[in-house]
Design a protein around this ligand. Structure first.
Ligand SMILES: Nc1nc2c(ncn2[C@@H]2O[C@H](COP(=O)(O)OP(=O)(O)OP(=O)(O)O)[C@@H](O)[C@H]2O)c(=O)[nH]1
Ligand SMILES: Nc1nc2c(ncn2[C@@H]2O[C@H](COP(=O)(O)OP(=O)(O)OP(=O)(O)O)[C@@H](O)[C@H]2O)c(=O)[nH]1
Ligand SMILES: [Mg+2]
Ligand SMILES: [Mg+2]
Lengths: 276, 292
């Protein structure tokens, strides 16, 4: 931000530009700027240097309401969903590793039976994380793979089952129906005392479409957590504000690289800091 | 849609008779919001609005009986102009082997697009060779091999223990010795701010002098599209862009941002996961889509 001698319209315009450029979106930016002006009036802020911090605190507040933690109750079933290329399979590898580090037994279900070499890719991650894998041959029914994974997990005393699914666009009705079927298998076949987490993987480089993704995936399979990937790039992922505002889904994890340890719990303070 | 919003703005204004500059400013605000909501980059939107405002306060609108329709037409025309022409051909080398490099961020759709391009190039009567130069992503080589099998195009691979630059160099000799006249290189996804990996692409370029370096961009990319495109263009040089996943409902404003900052043609658009699901880029269709 350029330095301003007083709190003027130029300062507010600059902050608006920072938010828009961070993919916060028009509506959420307008909302935030209104709150900012109100807060500045209330707190009688007079130093232009403090305005950015007031905005940062507002954003932090909003995010704190909707941030969550990595699920820590067992047995646990995690279903990973999201659009093509968002980082689901890689995130599963990182998650499997995290739970293995906690001493938990992990099994992954190769629920992407469609994409070229999807199973091979997941298998390499499972090996790296020292997790088991249940897979069927290409083209088989994903629900059948997940069913098998849950049965195997029960038989082997597995603590965490993580289910990979094929990437799909939220507007592809037949594919969203397929996802609902997989979710039904999980809710019907998971152990009665199991915690079920539906994790939506969003790519931080995505613009306004992330909101449509969150809404439609939530409608289909009751998403309970978000992982925001590729935050190691230059995209800020500001769309997550609108996503939590509209869907109330807690942001739990962020992806910050392609390595097995590049998964962190979501920190609202750090995120608000990086955003501005 | 934007057209409807603009008609509404001008409906209220028409009762006053003449159109003022202030009225045009109101209309331009609607255009600005629509473009931002479509993920067009903020700075690109600003420039665009300035240019359109200049035309909108001119005689053609102020004296028109249907100023709303005039403004919509100006916005649509200017947007279509910005998109460039339809230039959906591959620039084949007049003699010798054509080398095409596919580059871009992680998950943009490079490997899938490599298959689509190979399929198209083969249909155009050439002998393409796919090259598996991604040695980092788990099972990336296998993925390209499966894709190549589906497209019925040979895949040159050297496993994951060789450097991508060496693989690409070796693929050129292989192509020469096996009558392949187009070499299509699939590279690993990378961040434009990763100096080591951007340098790797630079080395690849120096080694095989590609005729086309195509930047593969996900159509749902937000404001960051401009940074990515600018970076790849400045550090490597881009000859064209392929926009993927346009079968979704994203408005695709990234297309404008990428075009504006690189001035390179958008050659093709991906409209699905199958081999045939890639179409030529039509500027007017993209303009309509972005305007909603
Ligand atoms: N830089 C970076 N790259 C990531 C991150 N997460 C995933 N990736 C990369 O993004 C690309 C796509 O990841 P995948 O795990 O295959 O994504 P996916 O959602 O499973 O893709 P589909 O199954 O095809 O829909 C790979 O190159 C990953 O290495 C991240 O946090 N940072
Ligand atoms: N719906 C749709 N999906 C696409 C399109 N193009 C690619 N995909 C999907 O997007 C996902 C990522 O595609 P990849 O080809 O693996 O992407 P990539 O750029 O090679 O990924 P990295 O090598 O990890 O950087 C896969 O699930 C593809 O099937 C498209 O035009 N439409
Ligand atoms: Mg996957
Ligand atoms: Mg690839």
């Amino acid at each position: 931000l350029t330095s301003h001698k007083k709190i003027d319209e130029g300062l507010f315009e600059e902050l608006e530009e920072v938010l828009i450029t961070a993919d916060v979106g028009v509506d959420t930016t307008i909302e935030l700027m209104d709150d900012l002006r109100e807060k500045i009036k209330q707190e009688k802020t007079s130093n232009p240097e403090d305005v950015k911090d007031v905005l940062k605190a507002l954003i932090q507040e909003k995010l704190k309401q909707y941030s969550g933690k990595l699920p820590d109750e067992y047995p646990l079933v995690i279903m990973v969903v999201g659009v093509n290329g968002s980082g689901k399979t890689t995130t599963i590898g990182k998650l499997a590793y995290k739970y293995r580090e906690k001493g938990k037994k992990v099994l992954v279900g190769a629920g992407d039976t469609f994409r070229a070499a999807a199973v091979e890719q997941l298998e390499i991650w499972a090996n790296r994380a020292d997790a088991g894998i249940i897979k069927h041959k290409a083209g088989s029914d994903p629900s059948a793979v997940i069913y098998d994974a849950l049965k195997a997990a029960a038989a082997r005393g597995i603590d965490v089952v993580i289910c990979d699914t094929a990437g799909r666009l939220q507007t592809q009705k037949n594919l969203m129906e397929e996802l609902k079927k997989i979710y039904r298998v999980i809710t019907n076949e998971a152990p009665k005392n199991a915690a079920v987490e539906v994790l939506l993987v969003l790519d931080a480089t995505t613009g306004q479409n992330a909101l449509s993704q969150a809404k439609l995936f939530k409608e289909a399979v009751d998403v309970s957590g978000i992982a925001l990937t590729k935050l190691d790039g230059t995209a800020k992922g500001g769309i997550i504000l609108a996503v939590t505002n509209h869907t109330h889904i807690p942001i739990k994890l962020i992806g910050v690289g392609e390595g097995i340890e590049d998964l962190q719990e979501f920190d609202p303070e750090a995120f608000a800091d990086a955003l501005l | 849609s934007l057209s409807e919003k603009l008609q509404n703005v001008f409906k209220k204004l028409r009762s006053k008779g003449k159109l003022s500059e202030k009225d045009v400013k109101k209309a331009m605000r609607e255009v600005k919001l629509a473009l931002l909501e479509a993920d067009v980059n903020f700075k690109v939107v600003k420039k665009f609005i300035n240019r359109v405002t200049e035309r909108a306060v001119g005689q053609e609108v102020m004296k028109s009986l249907t100023p709303g329709q005039q403004v919509v037409k100006i916005v649509r025309d200017e947007l279509t102009d910005l998109m460039g022409k339809t230039s959906s051909q591959i620039n084949y080398s007049p003699g010798g082997i054509t080398v095409i490099l596919l580059v871009g961020l992680q998950g943009a759709g490079k490997t899938t697009t490599a298959g689509k391009l190979a399929y198209r190039i083969k249909k155009e009567g050439h002998y393409p060779l796919l090259v598996a130069a991604d040695v980092y992503r788990p099972a990336a080589v296998k993925q390209l091999q499966v894709v190549g099998e589906r497209a019925d195009v040979p895949v040159f691979a050297m496993g994951e223990k060789n450097s991508p630059v060496d693989i690409v160099k070796a693929s050129m000799s292989f192509a020469k010795n096996n009558g392949r006249d187009v070499v299509l290189v699939d590279t690993a996804g990378r961040l434009h701010i990763d100096e080591t990996l951007m340098e790797e692409l630079h080395q690849m370029k120096k080694a095989v002098h590609p005729h086309e370096i195509l930047l593969v961009v996900d159509a749902m990319t937000g404001q960051d599209a401009v940074n990515v495109a600018d970076s790849f263009n400045k550090k490597l040089g881009i000859d064209g862009v392929i926009l993927t996943k346009l079968d979704g409902d994203t408005r695709g404003g990234a297309a404008i941002s990428v075009k504006a900052v690189t001035e390179c043609p958008i050659k093709f658009v991906g409209t699905g996961e199958k081999l045939e699901e890639m179409e030529p880029f039509y500027p007017d269709r993209m303009a309509s889509r972005i305007l909603g």
